[in-house]
Structures are given as C-alpha cells and as structure tokens.
Design a binder for this molecule. Sequence first.
Ligand code: ZN
Length: 305
Amino acid sequence: MPKLDRSSYKDAKALTEKFISSKNCRSIFLRFFSDSITLANELMAGNWNVNLDPHGHFIRFNVGHVYCIEVFEEYVSILFLKGSLKTHNLDNQADITFKGYRNKKKILTTRLIGTPDLLSTVPDSAACHIKHHGLTDFLPYIEEPNHDFIRYAIKNSTITSQMKRAHSTGFIEYLSSYTRISQPDTNSTTTEDEFYSRQRKVEREAKRLTDSEIRDKAISLKAIPKHIKVVSTKYYRSPFIVEYAKRKANGVCQDCKNPAPFLNKENGEPFLETHHIIPLADGGEDSVENTIALCPNCHRKRHYG
Ligand SMILES: [Zn+2]
C-alpha cells in the first residue's frame, strides 16, 4: 500500500471507506465523530488533532495529549467516563468489549462493572471497542459519556507539537464534505507568509514539468478546494487618506495618466486603487505624501512589474 498523504481528501475518504465499508454504519459513525470534534474545538481550539496513520493502520482523534476515538479495520475504540454511562444495555453484547488496565496489564471484558481505569491521567476512563455493525445500536449510549471524557481530558492535558504535525487536514476536509458541515480545523496558526511560500514552492514545481507532464497533471486534477485558516497581519489604512488621494486624482491614474477604466458599481465613482509608495510593511507611513491613486493595471505593475 502506498504511503497515505494526510493532507489528501481522497486518501482520507478511501481509508475511512476501507475501515467502515457499510454505508449506514459509516454515516452514523461520522456524524458521531463530527460532534465529538466540534465539542473539543469549542472547549479548546488547537488542543486536539486527527491523526491519519500514513501506513493506513488507524485514524485517531486525540484531545489534549490523550487518545479519544480510534478507527481500525475491525472495530472503533471510543474512550468515555464510566460513571457517565447510565445503562447496562451494553453488557454481555457480542459486538462491544470494554478495555482498561490493571497493573499495566490490558483487561478486555464484556461487562463494564469491574473494568479498571484505562488512563492514569483521566480518572474513571475506559475504552469500548465496538465492531462496525454494532455502531448503530451502541453509539447513542456512548455519546454523552464520550463527551464527558472530552470535557475532562482536553482541560487536563496538552497536545504536543509532534502530534500537531501529524494532523490530517485531508480527513477534516473529507468529514466536512461528508457531513456538509464545515468542520473546525485545529491547525489555525498558518501565517500568510507560510501560506504563500508553500504555494510558491508548488508553483516552482509546476514550472519544472514538461508540456506533456503539466497537461497530464492538470487534467487529472479535480479536487474540492482545500481551505485552511491563515493568520495574517493587516495594516490599518486611514479611509480619510484614501478618500483624499482619490479626490485629488480626480478619476485619472497618477502613473499612466489615463482615466479610470470603469466606474465602481457600488458608488458610481471612477475605479482607482490607492497605493503606498513605501509599503506599510516596510515601515512606510500612512500619509498623504506616501499615497497615490492608480488604475488596476498600474497598481499591479508597481507590485509585480
Ligand atoms: Zn494607470
């Protein structure tokens, strides 16, 4: 099996469908999964991740430093607080097993009573392994106890940077498109510079391909656009200076001296853009002296020409 790409929607979809092949089970599970992620993100954005194993052995949702939901080929594992499970309906069922540790020894049992704690860091925690065709029956019972686990674990432990790097944006994209709800993504700290430098790197790769390579590559692509959150630094520009610069230009570009190419449909005024001669990011002043009004062509030329 080729190594999976954590940023790939396609790989996330393929692995999930391979693990949970029944459409019905997958549907009920992904909705449950999506609710748990939403809750974690509301409680503490940035303190969770979804790790999609590049070797295709598991998909794991972590809250803080601890695992919370895992998907495998044979079953899903869901962590919960034992005290929050208010039913014995899950005891002695063929498709569900409880897991804890006693003196570092793994205990698997079909009855919740007597199941030892799973994690020393989360008191009263246990896991249940649910075989895929048991998901429809058992998930409704385990949802609240799982949410209680998340409430405790996310506040009492912190995700590591290594875990953050293992986050699968592809899985989040898949889940968003599956549930038709825009899922929160945890890696919200990409800066604008990082975003554009990544983009430029791919652009340079594209330049290196031959004509036939670029043709094959381009026509093979048809993706739902990825979206990621980008943190950017914006400079405040005074609307008074903008307005003054435009009035002074009187509808004429100050570089090419041609009239503005069209009227702005919002206000009927000639369309000109204001430009800072010394960029604000380079320490330029937001002042009348540093501001000119340009047509869109000349504005682009100032930046890229
Ligand atoms: Zn111009």
